[in-house]
Design a protein around this ligand. Sequence first.
Ligand code: XMP
Length: 322
Amino acid sequence: DWNPQSILDEQVAAVRAVVGTEKVICALSGGVDSAVAAALVHQAVGDQLTCVFVDHGLLRAGEREQVERDYVAATGIHLVTVDAEQRFLAALDGITEPETKRKIIGREFIRVFETAAAEINAAEGGVKFLVQGTLYPDVVESGGGTGTATIKSHHNVGGLPDDLQFQLVEPLRALFKDEVRALGAELGLPAAMVKRHPFPGPGLGIRIIGAVDAERLAVLRAADAIVREEMTAAGVDEQIWQCPVVLLADVRSVGVQGDGRTYGHPIVLRPVSSEDAMTADWSRLPYDLLARISNRITGEVSEVNRVVLDITSKPPGTIEWE
Ligand code: XMP
């Protein structure tokens, strides 16, 4: 039977054997895979590991703090945060096409990471290894070659190019997601990170339908924080796969608040149930929870005057709107 402690011991020993006394870097995304991979490598080689967290400005409320404060407190990992919000916003300026957004975000991410890696390389005197949180399904998928057309060119921090001059360390290559979560718990990582729902690498950038800018990000971030807070309070997190919150930034509708007419934007809730994200059904969340979310968003986020529920399965809809 499957025992997280023995898997951990095995992988820690394996990493130690491969890495020896060399230096290692890792890009953290805030997601569970890179967090567990880095924590495991840290157990193996301690301060030979430096982690890089790129704040691309497309994160949700509290995510940076979760990595910088909670994750670092739990692991003792040496973390370098790169403030790259302005750079990403400049590169995304005026861009509305989803695949173009993804390509720009992926490209900028690689550039920022390469610069950070070069600096760490110079400071540490030679970095030989790069940790990646590749899981077994990722290995299978990339070797699959099914010949189907790309629907979305997924970008995540695992998507670094092969020509980076590092040898890869992938301690989660044989594991499935639930096993990685068990290892994360065993490693004492923050529960909110270990249990986190999937969140796309391009972040809120692909949840604003329309061009991305700082004001729109602030609106979406506020609405998203309310949704997550209410869902957690209602205890439904474990019943659903994830719940993208989407801002229709180019759509306006008329509303009324107090004595005044409003002309604001809709927020879309996209709660889905799924086994593997390949197919999904819309989640039948309790009406009173939906009502609380709607009341709070329209009451607390002044740019939003309408909250709508996406009741499309996948297919035909994808989970994300872009
Ligand atoms: P779709 O929208 O294709 O999403 O039904 C399937 C799953 O993948 C996530 N997703 C992404 N993850 N980079 C990621 O790391 C991306 O570019 C990306 N696009 C979608 C989505 O949240 C869902 O879990």
